[in-house]
Design a protein around this ligand. Structure first.
Ligand SMILES: C[S@@+](CC[C@H](N)C(=O)[O-])C[C@H]1O[C@@H](n2cnc3c(N)ncnc32)[C@H](O)[C@@H]1O
Length: 320
């Protein structure tokens, strides 16, 4: 566990399935607090020597700095090995493949642990949680083009309904959206507490007792996914992986080294479906091998210790 009570999800499985070896290059698309990157670097050391290169990518500059500091604090390898080169890249992982190609970096191991980090959810000023009052922001990238307040106050009723249904699987989307539209006609909704209150008023008082979740849970998840274009970014990464696998199949060098292993951890059924389809298409085309087509999920002990792991699903692909 690191700062912010952060426990990297499925960490022993990530290390086992990505099986880092000395001299390899790791591209961590979602560096976060550096938990997985450090574990992978330590596993390479335990296997006989350091990684050659650790690329850390995140579009949240504060997290990128945390992950970089964690990687820089790794113990030095025994001489004569040099420590891994560390390259922090601030940006969207959908653009990382192009960036790696332009830097002539070829990754042996790629990890994407998508979604938010505890440092973001627990910081009231980021406006992601209905449990903490703050500005209705929700951007993981503080320079991102839209905030949750923009969506809540400016989207059409139909668009808000689509977001809540599609990204939140919110059965009461109609009722919640009608309440939002009525409330914002009186005054813009600008804080997490104000939005949570509008939703609470719109739902039956028994909702939490019956479902076991706060009535705001699905709306906040849906808005966060929309604000950060989480599905669009995942599609961008999956397309870049497919392009590289096809190029590798033609014998052209790409940002993926031959035999590169890619692990994607997702937390939403729409994301997992996209990963499953993309990996299955590459396996069917003979361009990749997946780990028995299987999915890795947290066991009971991890689910208990880290509630966020309950919805985590990891798929791994090896480029042929
Ligand atoms: C779940 S955390 C990663 C935690 C990390 N694996 C660890 O062990 O510390 C997800 C991180 O990915 C970043 N992120 C999410 N979507 C991103 C995207 N499209 N591009 C770049 N970074 C992204 C978030 O800012 C966050 O820091």
């Amino acid at each position: 566990m690191s700062d912010f009570g952060h426990i990297p999800v499925l960490c022993p499985h990530v290390v086992r399935l990505l099986a880092p070896r000395p001299g390899q290059t790791l591209a961590d698309c979602t560096a976060g607090l550096g938990g997985h990157a450090v574990a992978l670097a330590q596993a390479a050391l335990a296997a006989g020597g350091p990684l050659a290169h650790i690329v850390l990518n995140d579009f949240d500059p504060a997290n990128l700095a945390r992950a970089t500091a964690a990687a820089q604090a790794l113990p030095s390898p025994a001489s004569p090995s040099s420590p891994p080169a560390i390259t922090p890249i601030r940006g969207n992982f959908a653009a990382l493949p192009q960036e790696l190609a332009s830097l002539a970096i070829r990754a042996d191991i790629v990890l994407a642990d998508i979604g938010f980090a505890s440092s973001q959810m627990d910081d009231a000023s980021r406006g992601m949680s209905f449990m903490r009052d703050g500005p209705l922001d929700m951007r993981m990238d503080p320079a991102g083009p839209i905030t949750a307040a923009d969506l809540v106050n400016r989207s059409s009723e139909q668009e808000l309904f689509r977001i809540l249904r599609e990204f939140g699987e919110e059965r009461d989307a109609g009722r919640i959206v009608r309440a939002i539209v009525k409330a914002r006609a009186a005054a813009p909704i600008t804080t997490t507490a104000a939005l949570a209150e509008v939703i609470r008023q719109a739902m039956p008082p028994s909702f939490k007792q019956i479902t076991g979740i706060d009535p705001s849970t699905r709306t906040f998840q849906a808005l966060r996914i929309a604000v950060n274009d989480e599905l669009g970014n995942l599609d961008g990464l999956l397309d870049a992986i497919a392009d590289a696998a096809r190029a590798a199949g033609r014998g052209s060098p790409t940002w993926l080294a031959p035999g590169a292993r890619i692990a994607i951890i997702s937390f939403h059924s729409l994301e997992d479906r996209a990963v499953k389809r993309a990996f299955a298409a590459l396996v069917a085309a003979g361009l990749g091998t997946d780990s028995r087509g299987s999915i890795t999920e947290a066991d009971d002990a991890e689910r208990h210790a880290n509630p966020r792991s309950r919805s985590a699903k990891m798929r791994v692909l090896t480029i042929n």
